[in-house]
Design a protein around this ligand. Structure first.
Ligand code: MTE
Length: 309
């Protein structure tokens, strides 16, 4: 796939950054600079899942080729318009089957949680992919503060609705019934690879990537990773999720990356790793669970993954 805004990404920058910030150098740099921020065990895990040619996708691409329909459906709409969203103050409503519910300041929720750097492969259902250095907190740590009750089996997340600052929400033609909503089974949410990302490339998340925090579940298609979250709800019932509501035959609830189950309109067997061009498509096979099968496949044992897509 061609990157839509080539003017914003000088080829010289891409080349120099790719060769400079390859994965090992980045990790080394982070461990020198970040020291205690790195969770040794998890870096071991995520590192093991990366392939030798999983070089980091240049920052310019990660932060300018986005899906964030609240700002428009074009890949360059978010970087162009997301600055219109104000993220300070940021309040999160916690509701449902938990002992601690109510409205919380975002800073109070993440204060005191361990912040870690995670390099994850990121696979969009549209069949492009990236390798992204996120900074974030364990989703489990976020959720357990609210003391979910044993009746809670799922967790639902919702994005901000603020048409005055989100031009996609005031467009004449609306694809999504706002708020953008996603959900996970609670045992999926508690998996150590699931994080709430607060930053990327060592900086706070830019608005177009879902400031001030967004979900990151690396074994699932990117649409599960809901951005700019203002609501967390614990529930007994499987929540509806936006893309499933929009096109139930095309997008499921689980959305685990699966090369064996095609999207009705295209194959999921391979992906285009960005940067990708007509001359260098950079196409590679897609891996089950996006390469994290050793870590997460047991969450789905006994399930027919063609049925629960
Ligand atoms: N979250 C919201 N609120 N709105 C969106 O349109 N798009 C999803 C996901 N989260 C989306 C969202 C999709 S389809 C993808 S692939 C990823 O965000 C893209 O994340 P990125 O722009 O940081 O690469």
């Amino acid at each position: 796939m061609l990157i839509k805004k080539p003017s914003k990404i000088a080829p010289s920058e891409i080349t120099s950054e790719t060769s400079f910030l390859n994965r090992r150098k980045f990790l080394k740099q982070q461990s020198i600079l970040g020291g205690g921020l790195l969770g040794a065990g998890l870096i071991g895990n995520t590192q093991a899942a990366l392939q030798p040619d999983d070089d980091l996708t240049p920052e310019e691409i990660v932060t300018s080729y986005n899906n964030f329909y609240e700002f428009g459906t074009g890949k360059s709409d978010p970087v162009e318009y997301a600055h219109e969203m104000s993220t300070d103050p940021w309040t999160v409503k916690v509701s449902g089957d938990a002992n601690k519910t109510g409205k919380f300041a975002f800073e109070d929720i993440v204060k005191g949680l361990d912040v870690e750097d995670r390099i994850y492969r990121f696979r969009c259902v549209e069949a492009w992919s990236m390798v992204v250095p996120w900074r974030g907190v364990a989703l489990k740590d976020v959720l357990q503060q609210f003391e979910p009750k044993t009746s809670a089996k799922f967790v639902e997340f919702k994005t901000l609705v603020r048409p005055s600052e989100m031009r996609g929400q005031r467009a004449v033609f609306q694809s999504i019934d706002w708020p953008y909503t996603e959900g996970l089974r609670l045992d999926e949410a508690y998996h150590p690879l699931a994080i709430m990302a607060l930053g990327v490339y060592g900086k706070d998340l830019p608005n177009q990537n879902g400031a001030p925090w967004r979900l990151m579940v690396p074994w699932k298609y990117g649409f599960k990773s809901v951005k700019s979250i203002v609501s967390i709800r614990f529930t007994y019932r499987q929540p509806r999720n936006s893309w499933n509501v929009l096109a139930p035959h095309e997008y499921g609830f689980y959305a685990n990356v699966n090369p064996a189950v095609s999207h009705p309109r295209w194959s999921q067997a391979s992906e285009r790793r960005l940067p990708s061009s007509v001359f260098n498509p950079n196409r590679r096979p897609t891996l089950p669970f996006n390469g994290y099968a050793d870590e997460v496949a047991s969450l789905y044992s006994g399930m027919d993954l063609a049925k629960f897509y």
